[in-house]
Design a protein around this ligand. Structure first.
Ligand SMILES: NC(=O)c1ccc[n+]([C@@H]2O[C@H](COP(=O)([O-])OP(=O)(O)OC[C@H]3O[C@@H](n4cnc5c(N)ncnc54)[C@H](OP(=O)(O)O)[C@@H]3O)[C@@H](O)[C@H]2O)c1
Length: 341
C-alpha cells in the first residue's frame, strides 16, 4: 500500500522537515507533491535523493492525494483545510486553526493515539503547538503514575518556532551587532540577538499571551482536563530546539528516582540526567533528533509531591513535522487511511 501525500508549506521550516522525515522514516509514499504559494511556483525542494518542484496551492487538484500535511499558517488552514478535506484527502494541520474545534482531534501519538479515530467528522486532525508536544510526551507517563494536579512551566523557545523569517532575523541581527549595525526588530517585538523576549503571540485580556494560553488549553484536550497549568513563554536566541523548565505537583507521592525510571521506559522520551558538568541536554544537542530529552529530574521540597524537570526537543521535529508524520503513521497502522486517490 502506498499513499499520495501533499506537503503544503513545502518551502517553510516545517515543510522541509516534513519532506526529510517522510524520506527518513520510509513512509509508504506513492507520489509526493510539494505545495506553497504562487510566489514559490517551480521552486525546487529536496525529497530524499529527488528534487520536487513546488505547485501553487490555488491551482492544485487535491483529489489525487490521500493525505495533506499542512504547515502554511493559520489563515491558509482556515481557508483551505475544509475544501481539501471535502476532496476525500485527510488533512493533518500544523497551525492553531483547528486545534480547539470539538470535531477535530488534537493528537500526540505517544499520549492520545486513540483520538485519531475522531478525524472522520471533518477529515481533519490537528497537531499541537510545538511547546505542548514535548511537554505532554514527558508528562503523560508521570501522570499515569502519580496523577498531575498542577504544572508551572517556563519555556525557552527557539526562533525557528517563528518560521524562516524568525531564523533570518536572529542571523541578521547577530552579524549586524558585530559590525555595530543597530538591530531592527521586524518579526520579533524587540532585539532577539543576545537578548530574551517574554512575549510569544498576541496578548490576551488577562495579561497572558496566546502562546501561554495554548499550552493550558492543549494539555487539557490532549492529556487531562483536570490538570491546571500556568506558563511563561519566552523567545530566546537559539536557532532550533525548545527548552522547558517544568515544576509538577502530583496527587500521589513520586520520588525523583521513580520518575527517572518511568521516563526511561516511556515512548518518545530519552533521559540524560547526571548531576555533573554536562550531564543534561541543551537545545543544540537535540537538533535533528526525534526524542524528547529529559534532564535535571529532582524533587521540589517546597511542595508536597513535587518534581522539577528540564525538557528539550527539536521544535521542527517533535514540535511539528515528526508529530504530524506519526499521526499519519497511526492512521495507516490502524487501517483508518483509505486510498482515495
Ligand atoms: N516552526 C515551528 O516550530 C512550528 C511548530 C508547530 C507548528 N508550526 C506551524 O506550522 C506552520 C508553518 O510554520 P513554519 O515555521 O514552517 O513557517 P515558515 O517557515 O514561515 O513557512 C511558511 C510556509 O507557508 C507557505 N505559505 C505562506 N503563504 C501561503 C499561501 N498563501 N499559500 C500557500 N502556501 C503559503 C510558505 O510558502 P512560500 O515560500 O511560497 O511563501 C512556506 O512554505 C505555522 O502555522 C506554524 O504555526 C510551526
Amino acid at each position: 500500500m502506498s499513499y499520495n501525500v501533499a506537503i503544503i508549506g513545502a518551502t517553510g521550516n516545517v515543510g522541509r522537515e516534513l519532506l526529510e522525515i517522510l524520506s527518513e522514516r520510509k513512509f509508504p509514499v506513492g507520489e509526493v507533491f510539494a505545495i506553497a504559494s504562487r510566489r514559490s511556483l517551480g521552486t525546487e525542494v529536496s525529497f530524499g535523493d529527488k528534487t520536487l518542484k513546488c505547485a501553487d496551492l490555488e491551482q492544485f487538484d487535491f483529489s489525487k492525494c490521500d493525505i495533506a500535511l499542512m504547515s502554511a499558517g493559520g489563515d491558509i488552514s482556515r481557508e483551505w483545510a475544509l475544501k481539501i478535506a471535502a476532496k476525500g484527502c485527510v488533512v493533518i494541520d500544523n497551525s492553531s486553526a483547528w486545534r480547539y474545534d470539538v470535531d477535530v482531534p488534537l493528537v500526540v501519538p505517544e499520549v492520545n493515539a486513540d483520538a485519531v479515530a475522531g478525524y472522520t467528522k471533518k477529515n481533519i486532525i490537528a497537531n499541537p503547538n510545538c511547546s505542548t508536544a514535548q511537554l505532554v510526551v514527558a508528562l503523560k507517563p508521570l501522570h499515569d503514575a502519580a496523577t498531575i494536579k498542577r504544572v508551572v512551566v517556563s519555556t525557552y523557545q527557539s526562533v525557528s518556532g517563528a518560521g524562516k523569517e524568525g531564523m533570518d532575523e536572529l542571523w541578521t541581527q547577530t552579524k549586524g551587532i558585530f559590525v555595530t549595525d543597530p538591530p531592527t526588530p521586524e518579526k520579533f517585538t524587540k532585539q532577539i540577538a543576545f537578548n530574551v523576549i517574554p512575549h510569544i503571540d498576541v496578548f490576551m485580556e488577562d495579561g497572558s499571551t496566546k502562546e501561554e494560553w495554548k499550552m493550558m488549553a492543549e494539555i487539557k484536550k490532549i492529556l487531562d482536563k483536570n490538570i491546571k497549568l500556568t506558563a511563561t513563554c519566552v523567545r530566546v536566541p537559539v536557532f532550533v530546539g525548545h527548552s522547558e523548565a517544568i515544576n509538577i505537583e502530583f496527587e500521589k507521592p513520586i520520588t525523583a528516582d521513580e520518575a527517572r525510571e518511568i521516563l526511561r521506559e516511556a515512548p518518545g522520551c530519552l533521559v540524560i540526567d547526571k548531576p555533573e558538568d554536562g550531564g543534561y541536554v541543551t537545545p543544540v544537542e537535540c537538533v535533528g533528533d526525534f526524542a524528547t530529552f529529559i534532564s535535571r529530574i529532582r524533587e521540589d521540597a517546597t511542595i508536597e509531591n513535587g518534581l522539577n524537570i528540564w525538557v528539550v526537543s527539536d521544535n521542527l521535529r517533535k514540535g511539528a513535522a515528526l508529530n504530524t508524520i506519526q499521526i499519519a503513521e497511526t492512521l495507516i497502522n490502524r487501517g483508518l487511511l483509505k486510498q482515495a486517490a
